[in-house]
Design a binder for this molecule. Structure first.
Ligand code: MN
Length: 261
């Protein structure tokens, strides 16, 4: 039976990255789309609790069926899994995002959060991004994601796990290969630009550059900067294991230990 894939994204249901992904997926699997009706980038793992969620059918070429929703990427995955699809998808894919999602920036990412929501539902999930905000090319990323979806459907992923894929914005012949990576330490939006409005009040824009040098050659950003597709296994359990062990030796109590005795 064909692999049934729930596709979401954060750039909006009509973004070219999603369309390229759906077209590539349709070759070997059945893509179903539930995606935000408009741009929801950098919404992280937000969900909608204080207003009604609505979804309406849209036509996306090569999709078996498609809906646009007024929610976040995480909402869209929940809508798809819990109601719209009427079945449990084999794989959840989020993307293809315009702009890399690397290192610590993944916690801001609506794209990665869509895949995280899939992982929370216990469905193997994948986030796919291209390293360009403008003039992004989706051909290599779409073909790679389609191949990886079939591999994931065949092999499965551990519960609580997802794959975060970043693809250099290069033609196929310029991409040097695929690297299995860890999340790097870089972050992108690390600066504030402060301006003064016409009424004399300060306002701010968050800006930044991809952080200069990633030292760790095992990291996602190092791989992408050097022309490789990075595939990073991510887990939802963010517990710091070493600190967990260390914290137990602190003997933290409800009452301060310095006051007893
Ligand atoms: Mn985006």
């Amino acid at each position: 039976m064909a692999v049934r894939v729930l596709v979401t994204n954060d750039d909006g249901v009509h973004s070219p990255g999603l369309r390229a992904l759906v077209e590539a997926l349709a070759v070997g699997s059945e893509p179903y789309v539930v995606a935000p009706e408009h741009q929801r980038s950098a919404t992280g793992h937000a969900i909608t609790l204080h207003k009604p969620l609505r979804a309406f059918p849209v036509v996306i070429p090569h999709a078996v069926s498609a809906w646009a929703a007024n929610g976040t990427p995480a909402d869209c995955v929940a809508l798809g899994v819990l109601d719209l699809l009427g079945f449990r998808p084999d794989v959840v894919v989020s993307g293809i995002n315009a702009g890399a999602n690397l290192g610590r920036d993944i916690t801001y990412s609506g794209t990665v959060s869509g895949a995280m929501e899939g992982a929370i539902f216990g469905i193997p999930a994948l986030a796919v991004s291209v390293d360009a905000f403008e003039n992004a090319r989706y051909d290599v990323a779409a073909a790679f994601a389609s191949m990886l979806v079939r591999l994931i459907a065949e092999r499965g992923l551990p519960p609580d796990a997802l794959l975060n894929v970043n693809v250099p914005n290069l033609p196929r012949e310029a991409i040097r290969g695929v690297t299995i990576t860890r999340l790097g330490r870089g972050r992108y939006l690390s600066k504030l630009e402060k301006r003064i409005d016409p009424r004399g009040q300060a306002y701010y824009w968050r800006t930044g550059q991809p952080s200069a040098e990633e030292e760790d050659p095992g990291s996602d950003s190092y791989a992408v900067r050097h022309g490789y597709i990075s595939v990073t296994p991510v887990q939802m359990d963010m517990t710091h294991e070493a600190l967990l062990t260390a914290l137990r030796t602190w003997e933290i109590r409800l009452e301060s230990s310095s006051h007893h005795g």
